[in-house]
Ligand binder design. Structure first.
Ligand code: SAM
Length: 182
């Protein structure tokens, strides 16, 4: 069985956008308790590496690290575990909520921006990026950077995401690897 209810959100996102393909290298940011990593492995990713502040029970086929994704060594560490650059970076990261909506909004967007920054460091040409954001979509600045870095940027609210919850996911595909001097 799936470790988390969140697993169904990734299943729904992937059924719609067909992001996970056999043989892919995938990074899972905020992996605990392991549902998204399970889905990535199940859908044929051959290399899955994840990180979470919390320890994660082992997931067969995935390498899950306990740590903070903002650790400056983490991009290289996860790339090493994958054996190369990532085809897809997933972030379902969420902060501990305070109940104070504006604060929670800022924190979730901070994590999403950090995840984007991480993705830009580890993605292979043509790669994809999925991150949990806040209702209303991404902040303009983040959206602008994504539109420069990817050929397509869309938002989706998977049915498994509670209607009352203000979470959304941004789905970006077609990463354009910056060319030296370009
Ligand atoms: N997608 C997961 C699944 O299907 O099992 C559920 C992820 S849960 C909603 C969000 C996770 O983000 C939490 O486990 C939390 O510890 C993690 N997280 C929040 N901030 C983080 C950070 N700075 N570095 C790593 N993980 C973080």
């Amino acid at each position: 069985g799936w470790r988390s209810r969140a697993a169904f959100k990734l299943i729904e996102i992937d059924d719609r956008f067909h992001l996970i393909k056999p043989g892919m290298r995938i990074i899972d940011l905020g992996a605990a308790p392991g549902g998204w990593s399970q889905v990535a492995v199940k859908r044929g990713a051959t290399h899955v590496a994840g990180v979470d502040l919390l320890p994660v029970e082992p997931v067969a086929g995935a390498e899950l690290v306990e740590g903070d994704f903002t650790d400056p060594e983490m991009p290289d560490r996860l790339k090493l575990l994958l054996g190369g650059p990532a085809d897809l970076v997933l972030s379902d990261m969420a902060p501990n909520t305070t109940g104070h909506a504006p604060t929670d909004h800022l924190r979730i967007m901070g994590l999403a921006e950090g995840a984007l920054d991480f993705a830009l460091q580890v993605l292979a040409e043509g790669g994809g990026f999925v991150a949990k954001v806040f209702q209303g979509g991404s902040e303009q600045q983040m959206l602008d950077s994504m539109k420069k870095a990817f050929t397509s940027v869309r938002h989706v609210k998977p049915p498994a995401s509670r209607k009352e919850s203000s979470e959304l996911y941004v789905v970006a595909t077609g990463f354009r690897l910056a060319k030296p001097g370009g």
